[in-house]
Design a protein around this ligand. Structure first.
Ligand SMILES: *[C@@H]1O[C@H](CO)[C@@H](O)[C@H](O)[C@H]1NC(C)=O
Ligand SMILES: *[C@@H]1O[C@H](CO)[C@@H](O)[C@H](O)[C@H]1NC(C)=O
Ligand SMILES: *[C@@H]1O[C@H](CO)[C@@H](O)[C@H](O)[C@H]1NC(C)=O
Ligand SMILES: *[C@@H]1O[C@H](CO)[C@@H](O)[C@H](O)[C@H]1NC(C)=O
Ligand SMILES: *[C@@H]1O[C@H](CO)[C@@H](O)[C@H](O)[C@H]1NC(C)=O
Ligand SMILES: *[C@@H]1O[C@H](CO)[C@@H](O)[C@H](O)[C@H]1NC(C)=O
Ligand SMILES: *[C@@H]1O[C@H](CO)[C@@H](O)[C@H](O)[C@H]1NC(C)=O
Ligand SMILES: *[C@@H]1O[C@H](CO)[C@@H](O)[C@H](O)[C@H]1NC(C)=O
Length: 310
């Protein structure tokens, strides 16, 4: 009897909690209107013509709602020349699966409340002016497949919490001011297909754990301050098509196994301090290679001139 009563009380409490924290399409409308209120320039009037409470939020420019829940599931404001900030209650858009704010002039810090956007699979904030440290709360976005923060003003180091995003397929942090070492745990992202960290201030060596990211098809670490050897295991990444580590401070020899990757199309190591011999008959084994960039190193060997090289 006592147990039944406790259960009854618990149910009531849970229900009460559910009612009090319940969100609906009105929540989404409030959150999107609050985003609009933070936009200080919209030169082509993309938002002020359709983003009004008089029209259902599901019919606003750039907004798509899910057919099942009738909640905002994607927001695409890319390339609209908008200037503004992301407000804190943007984190209330908990049904959001895709957010594309790329190629605008968004500024300021990403609010921590964005960590509540746990359904996000696609997040493109590239070509804006966001700043601050790369947030470690990205580690809470457990369904994220694409994260593109390229061409912003992010600083700090790559948080090791990124290893929590086991679904991650594309990570693009190009052209920011990211420092520190590439965390070893990045190799545990076994779904990673594209890793692009071009144009930052990364130091240390290339983590050997990357050889565990067996689906990697494109690795671009060019224009950083990376030192040490190219890990031997990179040659085991059989899906690799583009391998570019130009303008760094790499030393040692190029592991020959790299020239044996059957799918490889571009190998670019220009402007490092790589030394040693190139394998004989290099180009015979590279039937689909269309770019081999090795200049400004200390390499020796012969390359037949029927392939493009630099
Ligand atoms: C959304 O929920 C609030 C209270 O949580 C309620 O006042 C409002 O009417 C609801 N809106 C819709 C469209 O159901
Ligand atoms: C949108 O804003 C522009 C400039 O601020 C203004 O000229 C225009 O009338 C506005 N349109 C609407 C529908 O409010
Ligand atoms: C957003 O819209 C642009 C322009 O229509 C399109 O190129 C882009 O692929 C869209 N983004 C997403 C995530 O669908
Ligand atoms: C939305 O977010 C704000 C700030 O994070 C919060 O105060 C508010 O209660 C949230 N809920 C709704 C339904 O707007
Ligand atoms: C990452 O995962 C660990 C272990 O599962 C957990 O303790 C930590 O809170 C997570 N961090 C983030 C930012 O998700
Ligand atoms: C991206 O950033 C780099 C480095 O700051 C810059 O050279 C390049 O022009 C930027 N691209 C665009 C399209 O803004
Ligand atoms: C690759 O993953 C395995 C299993 O998790 C681990 O034991 C090994 O140390 C990893 N290799 C590297 C080079 O990190
Ligand atoms: C590259 O592949 C060829 C032919 O499959 C093989 O003979 C050679 O030993 C391989 N070289 C390396 C360094 O794996």
């Amino acid at each position: 009897m006592e147990r039944a009563f406790t259960l009854f009380l618990l149910t009531i409490l849970l229900l009460l909690h559910y009612v009090m924290t319940q969100t609906n399409i009105t929540t989404d409308q409030l959150a999107t209107l609050s985003l609009k209120s933070q936009i200080i320039s919209d030169p082509f009037h993309f938002l002020n013509e359709s983003w009004t409470p008089a029209i259902s939020v599901c019919r606003w420019v750039g907004v798509t709602c899910g057919s099942r829940h009738q909640r905002v599931k994607s927001l695409n404001l890319s390339n609209m020349a908008l200037t503004g900030r992301i407000p804190r209650n943007f984190g209330n858009l908990t049904f959001l699966g895709s957010l594309d704010l790329g190629s605008n002039n968004f500024q300021g810090y990403l609010p921590q409340e964005m960590a509540y956007l746990h359904r996000l699979k696609f997040l493109d904030l590239s070509f804006n002016n966001f700043r601050g440290e790369i947030p470690s709360w990205f580690g809470f976005l457990h369904q994220l497949k694409v994260l593109n923060l390229g061409n912003n003003s992010f600083i700090g180091s790559i948080p090791s919490s990124f290893s929590n995003i086991s679904t991650l397929e594309t990570l693009n942090l190009n052209f920011n001011s990211i420092e520190g070492e590439i965390p070893e745990v990045i190799g545990s992202l076994i779904n990673l297909r594209v890793l692009s960290l071009y144009g930052n201030n990364l130091i240390g060596s290339i983590p050997s754990s990357l050889s565990n990211a067996s689906r990697l098809g494109a690795l671009d670490l060019s224009r950083n301050l990376l030192q040490g050897n190219i890990p031997e295991g990179i040659g085991n990444l059989h899906k690799m098509k583009l391998l570019s580590i130009q303008h760094n401070k790499l030393t040692g020899s190029i592991p020959f196994t790299i020239f044996n990757i059957s799918k490889i199309e571009v190998i670019a190591f220009t402007d490092n301090s790589l030394s040693g011999n190139l394998p004989n008959g290099l180009c015979n084994s590279l039937s689909i290679l269309n770019g081999l960039y090795l200049s400004t190193n200390k390499l020796r060997g012969h390359i037949q001139r029927d392939k493009q090289y630099d």
